[in-house]
Design a protein around this ligand. Structure first.
Ligand code: CIS
Length: 209
């Protein structure tokens, strides 16, 4: 059994629009997975991601037709909150959530590509660091970067990470890597589409926290 295969993202349609409900269904499993990583250090990350998801969900349920795709949400909020947009509502929540998803994408891709610290092959710190530098570091001031350093110390072993992805079962590494590669196909396409949408709508902000 694989958690990743259970929670696959759907293939995108030709116009690359992301269906809000399907997206929310897929990301809703992420906070529970963070608990499986085994350290309380991750609770801060869990609560941030949960807050993002709750905010997007809160907008969606107000009018599922109006907010049928993620792009509909951004455009509607741009009309409704011209002054504050894009630093407002679900637009802001998704801006941050997509960075967490990019982090996960780079982490999984790096593991799938076999990138390893040859001296410590059962660690995934090199993969986590690569993901952090690619997705999040530029948006973090020194204090949050210190939190990252703390989280890195609590990072799971590679074998435990695979076990968590396999819902606690011991699964052969090759099988787990095949599942990761399979999961990445639609997941990467979705994350890329969200990034493109922020660029095309000029909704990306570059401040750091
Ligand atoms: C493997 C362990 C790796 C751990 C490495 C951790 C790295 C990150 C460490 C940084 C700690 C960040 C703590 C929070 C920082 C926030 O201040 C910052 C800014 O927050 C935003 C809010 O979100 O601030 C805005 C105002 O300026 C708003 O308040 C906004 O909230 S709003 O708008 O909603 O009200 N936030 C961030 O920097 C985002 C940090 C995201 C970190 C993501 C890390 C993800 C780690 C998960 C690891 C698990 C790997 C998973 C692999 C597979 C998952 C399979 C699960 C199946 C489900 C599939 C779904 C994908």
């Amino acid at each position: 059994m694989s958690l990743l295969l259970d929670n696959q993202f759907k293939e995108l349609p030709h116009d690359n629009s992301v269906d809000t409900k399907l997206f929310l269904d897929a990301v809703s499993h992420l906070p529970a997975f963070i608990d499986c990583l085994g350290s309380k250090v991750f609770s801060l990350i869990k609560s941030d991601i949960t807050g993002n998801i709750t905010k997007i969900q809160g907008v969606y349920v107000k009018d599922p037709q109006r907010y049928a795709t993620l792009q509909h949400i951004l455009e509607a909020e741009r009309d409704d909150h011209a002054k504050e947009w894009p630093k407002v509502g679900a637009t802001l929540a998704l801006m941050w959530l997509k960075r967490g998803l990019r982090f996960i994408q780079i982490l999984l891709q790096s593991i799938a590509d076999g990138e390893k610290d040859e001296n410590n092959p059962n660690l995934i710190k090199v993969n986590i660091t690569k993901a952090y530098e690619g997705a999040l570091k530029r948006y973090h001031g020194w204090l949050v970067q210190k939190i990252f350093t703390g989280a890195l110390l609590a990072a799971p072993y590679r074998s435990d990470f695979f076990k968590a992805l396999s819902k606690g079962e011991e699964v052969k590494e090759e099988e787990c890597l095949a599942n990761v590669r399979h999961f990445l196909v639609n997941f990467t396409a979705t994350v890329d589409a969200i990034y493109d949408m922020y660029t095309n709508l000029n909704a990306e902000l570059d401040y750091s926290v």
